[in-house]
Write a protein that binds this ligand. Sequence first.
Ligand SMILES: [Zn+2]
Ligand SMILES: [Zn+2]
Length: 330
Amino acid sequence: MKAAVLSAPGDISKRPLRISDVAQPEVRPGQVLLRVRACGVCRTDLHIVEGELPVRVKELIPGHQIVGDVVAGATAELPAGTRVGVAWIGGTDGTCWYCRHNFENLCNSPTFTGCSVNGGYAEYGLARADFVFPLPAALDDLHAAPLLCAGIIGFRALRVAGVQQGEKVGLFGFGASAHLAIAVLKAWDCKVYVSTRGESHRRLAASLGARWVGSENDKPPVALDRAITFAPSGDVVITALASLRKGGVVAINAIHLDRIPQFAYDSLLWGERQLRSVTNMTRDDARDFLRVADEIGLRPQVTVFSLEQANEALLAVKNDAIDGAAVIAM
Ligand SMILES: [Zn+2]
Ligand SMILES: [Zn+2]
């Protein structure tokens, strides 16, 4: 099969992914083999390919927003031909303290799709049968793919931030994840304030119903109940904290941040403001979000690439050159 393979991490401008022919994986008990239809491109893939996240797999195939059909390993629940999604969390041990207490996102021995096992930048991929999600029929492949990380983890971020119906919510950064989160927030009658770099991202935010749009480090004109940062920048975390009312929450939706600058406690955190990170996802997050997405008719804005263009897709993500989400069509 054809796949985009990472032999050695490096700057994306040097095209570290090689498009090559590799052996089709063989299905083991408890797994399904998928014929990949589409795979979303996430900023986390960029962190993996550029070496900011540790990779222990030689010749890794990245990609953790996979839409594919079950072609082997079918079960009664997952008959051959079932169209499913695979997300970032590819498996957990099911036995550690976190798994037993409903925090499988924090599992001590997790498997991450396209990071600790091969992912979906390929014609075929394996997944654990208990970690795939049947997809709503109304969602086509290209529009389903970005929901599987950008969507689910953005949805988890709304939960971690504790968003309630009708609240004032700030989104800092407006890439793939935020442009899906805003649709959920609008469905919940929230007032949404967006700070982001890039004129086209600001235009997209306004067209999707943001009440106010500013540039990267602009503070919204009102005190926010909740804020979610999507930008891979610690400075933005401080701007978000400074935008909160007392008792408000900032949720950081970033798997990698260079650092968070030193900040004043009295004016920024005092007053029971909270700063939380959003880490991975649970299967419940995935199922709940896919149901909500189906109910509200969520359709991401997508830019489509071929498998041969995997490096270009990641470069575009790095340069903030994509409005909405990048997707590889197989
Ligand atoms: Zn566990
Ligand atoms: Zn992701």
